[in-house]
Design a protein around this ligand. Structure first.
Ligand code: PLP
Length: 389
């Protein structure tokens, strides 16, 4: 049995530290924000190498507030991708703005910078690249397009804690960076959590106000806001996990290197991070045309897999009103049919990595098996020769 994700294994390794931190947080009775959260914000800002971090209660809230802080509102357009978790699109819609989808690059699976300018209109206000699976989008061309057109850049770094692009950390290149601490993310809380990072003090100030009812001081509401504050207990848990994030990230990277090595002679598509990028492998996805057969064959031998993501946002029923349809984003749509995410977490053992790949290589595409098997071809040919009776 190799589960797709094993959150119990990680807790097991740091249980005494986590339990003590939670007890300490409860002892202070600072259940919302408070010293544990403040300490975490400082550490996470340092980790991202940006001046300011403001925690919130989810990655979705982080995106929502980053967009609001940047002044995005009704009538505005935000250019993003459809190959992402729906939260990216949902946050744009929460602001009353319109998401405009651009296809992804077939190698990096992140926004294709060559397609951005054609999508810019007089209403475009922001670019929202997503660092899919833990690999940062191609930020240099994205930033120069943004500068040329006067656009804000917001990074969706929910899957990319500690990822780097030419030596710069995820969240530190755009005007604002958004993170999620959902339990399954590379840095996971014991519940929901998120953060916005920025180098600009005015943007940080606006996020602070927006997450806490727009209060400048208690009961002095200077702008309409939200209840998006982080729990004290989540701050305590995240502070403990900050001691391990680098080691865990390196463990993910060695597992990915092992996968890459074992897959080197295969025709499957796999992550191809550019030399200047530090991929943090929140997800290790391969692409293969017989994805469905592979997923069920692996499930039969007790290996868990997942798909990130099987239906791109622009083809989701919930967002049909945006007016997109099949064929609009060909690379995104092909990836959605071929992606298969393999188990990857710091506690995965080297022999399990070998096992996953050897089982994956044994999977025969069913359609192919039928065509090469004489009997099957015969059986398949019969109905079309049969006369109607
Ligand atoms: C997880 C995720 C989010 C949303 O984060 P939550 O904490 O679940 O609200 C947004 N964007 C991407 C790319 C994600 O993977």
């Amino acid at each position: 049995m190799i589960p797709f994700l094993d959150l119990k294994a990680q807790y097991g390794q740091i249980k005494p530290e986590i339990d003590a931190a939670i007890a300490r947080a409860i002892g202070t009775a600072q259940f919302v924000l408070g010293p544990e959260v403040a300490a975490f914000e400082e550490r996470f800002a340092d980790y991202c190498r940006v001046a300011h971090c403001r925690s919130v209660n989810s990655g979705t809230s982080a995106l929502h507030l980053a967009l609001l802080a940047a002044g995005i509102g009704p009538g505005d357009e935000v250019i993003t991708v459809s190959m992402t978790f729906v939260a990216t699109t949902a946050a744009i819609l929460y602001c009353g703005a319109r998401p405009v989808f651009v296809d992804v690059d077939p190698v990096t699976w992140t926004i294709d910078p060559a397609l951005i300018e054609a999508a810019i209109t007089p209403r475009t206000k922001a670019l929202l690249p997503v660092h899919l699976h833990g690999l940062m989008a191609d930020m240099d061309p994205i930033m120069s397009i943004a500068r040329r057109h006067g656009l804000v850049v917001i990074e969706d770094a929910a899957q990319a804690h500690g990822a780097e692009y030419k030596g710069r950390r995820a969240g530190s290149i755009g005007d604002l960076g958004c993170f999620s601490f959902y339990p399954g993310k590379n840095l996971g809380a014991f519940g929901e959590g998120g953060a916005v990072v920025t180098a600009q003090p005015e943007l940080a100030r606006r996020v602070s106000l927006l997450r806490d009812w727009g209060q400048e001081t208690k009961y002095n509401h200077v702008i309409p806001g939200y209840n998006y504050r982080m729990d004290g207990i989540q701050g305590a848990v995240l502070n403990v996990k900050m001691n391990y994030i680098e080691a865990w990230t390196e463990a993910r990277r060695s597992i990915a290197a092992e996968y890459a090595q074992l897959l080197s002679a295969c025709s499957f598509g796999r992550p191809q991070p550019p030399w200047h990028s530090r991929h943090v492998y929140h997800v290790y996805a391969v692409t293969l045309s017989h994805r469905g057969d592979a997923q069920s064959a692996l499930q039969d031998v007790g290996i868990g897999t997942a798909i990130h993501y099987p239906i791109p946002v622009h083809l989701q029923k919930a967002y049909a009103e945006l007016g997109y349809g099949p064929g609009d984003l060909p690379v995104t749509e092909k990836l959605a049919k071929e992606f298969l995410s393999l188990p990857i977490y710091p506690e995965l053992l080297p022999e399990q990595v070998v096992d996953v790949i050897s089982k994956l290589k044994q999977v025969k595409p069913l359609a192919f098996a039928e065509l090469t098997d004489g009997n099957e071809v015969h059986i398949r040919a019969r109905p079309s020769n049969r006369r109607a009776s």
